[in-house]
Ligand binder design. Structure first.
Ligand code: BES
Ligand code: MN
Ligand code: ZN
Length: 462
């Protein structure tokens, strides 16, 4: 029993039916419908197209049932969460899904419904959706509710502006999560950070007092496969001395989207009690400008011992991740993941809807892609293209953080990270973390990518 818009409603007597219909399904529905409902649907020109929604009145004029369009197969390939789109405008109260949905579509519809309940209310309130859904038969309610809650955490963290989501705030958010699930958490900062994590320290050192860099290390669970998630926690990315132009800097509060996504995923895993040993590593920094900012041309040491020539201070994500990945590799893992809003090149290649990922493990790549499809979390595999390794090798250091020319920018960033990894199974995601325009179940703003696919793939490992 709950008013939480991210959860399902209890089944009650006054539940009404929401028919989700393809154009063909609508024709079939008409055959069984009452004459007034058939006439009403015809007058409203309902055809079962995606985005169509129609409330059917009962004899006294009160809403009795509703129709939502799914579209035909080609329309369905273009729209995710078309049932969820109806939630905002459906009359208040509990609804039950019926119609042309197979088990997989029911799952997607139910998940989308919950995701459509998300609102970002830290600075202003917005009306809560009043329509609720009774959990459809065969749908694992607890699992989908955990997915929705984890995604909501991710969105909240990304949407919060850098003023209120600096490195200390991000560490606090991780601590709150750890406390809720009795996880261990350690934060490294100050001299210990400078000593043990020179890249994280150097990238973050220009940020002002109270916004100093730190490494968040959370662990949970004591048996089962070891899963280590590393998330880019650049709380704001000015570009550093290679300052971003205003238009490119505007959205850079989202540069901790990788951290936000791994925290959301961690919440999903802990809330559903997965039998794993989970570790979450987040280098939390602000890439700022000041007299002690790192400079183009600097050569920096790293935790792993490799030296890095800085050719662009705006390629900071791979630097902070490199030290965190080196730490991750100091113990054996069954899966190591990095999640990062790492390159503009990834956005150019696949746009904001698809999460590009890299792995050398073909079997896991397939499992991950399938898990993405099943969980409405589309992914696209990219290559760790070894012939481009020369692009990240400068003359006078081991590695170059920003190869000239910018060819294959997402691939060279991924290859850079792989130099710091020893784990047999490594997956790297170069995500965008932001939905530029409102779509069903995904409002404009911060959005998780890859978390549900990883969640389902990890379920498959235990
Ligand atoms: N955080 C950015 C990448 C980014 C930009 C992600 C826009 C999503 C949208 C990252 O730190 C960055 O600035 N990368 C540079 C690297 C380049 C200097 C080698 C980029 O992609 O331009
Ligand atoms: Mn940058
Ligand atoms: Zn960045």
């Amino acid at each position: 029993m709950t008013d939480d818009p991210l959860r399902f409603a209890p089944d009650t007597a006054e539940v009404r039916t929401l028919y989700a219909l393809t154009p063909d399904g609508f024709t079939a529905w008409q055959d069984g419908a009452s004459e007034p409902h058939r006439a009403w649907a015809e007058a409203a020109e309902f055809q079962g197209k995606p985005g169509q929604m129609l409330v059917l009145p009962g004899p006294n004029g009160a809403p009795e049932a509703a129709l939502v369009g799914l579209g035909d197969a080609s329309a369905q390939a273009r729209t995710r969460f078309s049932v969820a789109a109806a939630r905002a405008t459906l009359p208040a109260g509990p609804w039950r899904l019926s119609g042309d949905l197979d088990a997989a579509q029911l799952d997607e519809a139910a998940l989308g419904w919950l995701l459509a309940g998300y609102r970002f209310e830290r600075y202003a309130t917005s009306p809560a959706p009043t329509a609720t859904l009774v959990v459809p038969a065969g749908v694992d309610a607890a699992r989908l509710e955990a997915m929705a809650a984890g995604e909501a955490l991710t969105r909240d963290l990304i949407n919060t502006p850098a003023r209120d989501m600096g490195p200390a705030d991000l560490a606090r958010a991780a601590t709150t999560l750890a406390d809720r699930f009795d996880a261990q958490i350690a934060i490294t900062d100050g001299d210990a950070l400078a000593e043990g994590f020179p890249l994280i320290h150097t990238v973050g050192q220009a940020a002002g007092e109270g916004r100093s860099p730190r490494l968040i290390d959370m662990t949970w669970g004591n048996a089962g496969p070891r899963i280590t998630l590393v998330g880019k926690g650049v709380c704001f990315d000015t570009g550093g001395l290679n300052l971003k132009p205003g238009a490119s800097m505007g959205l850079m509060k989202k540069d901790m989207g990788g951290a936000a996504t791994v925290l959301g995923l961690a919440q999903m895993l802990m809330e559903t009690g997965q039998p794993i040993r989970l570790r979450v590593l987040i280098p939390a920094v602000e890439n700022a400008v000041s007299g002690d900012a790192f400079r183009p041309g600097d050569i920096l040491p790293s935790r792993k011992g490799l030296t890095v020539e800085i050719n662009n201070t705006d390629a900071e994500g791979r630097l902070v991740l490199a030290d965190a990945l080196a730490l991750a590799g100091e113990e054996e893992t069954d899966l190591t993941v990095s999640m990062a809003t790492l390159t503009g090149a990834a956005r150019v290649a696949v746009g904001p809807d698809l999460a590009p990922f890299y792995t050398d493990d073909n079997g896991f790549a397939q499992a991950l892609s399938d898990a993405g499809t099943r969980n409405a979390d589309p992914l696209w595999r990219m290559p760790f293209w070894a012939p481009y390794e020369t692009m990240i090798e400068p003359g006078i250091a081991d590695l170059d953080n920003a190869p000239k020319g910018g060819f294959a920018g997402s691939i060279t960033a991924a290859l850079f990270l792989r130099r710091f990894v020893t784990a047999p199974r490594y997956v790297h995601f170069d995500i965008y973390g932001w939905n530029p325009s409102a779509s069903p179940a995904r409002p404009k703003g911060g959005v998780g990518q890859g978390a549900r696919a990883l969640f389902a793939a990890i379920e498959g490992m235990v």
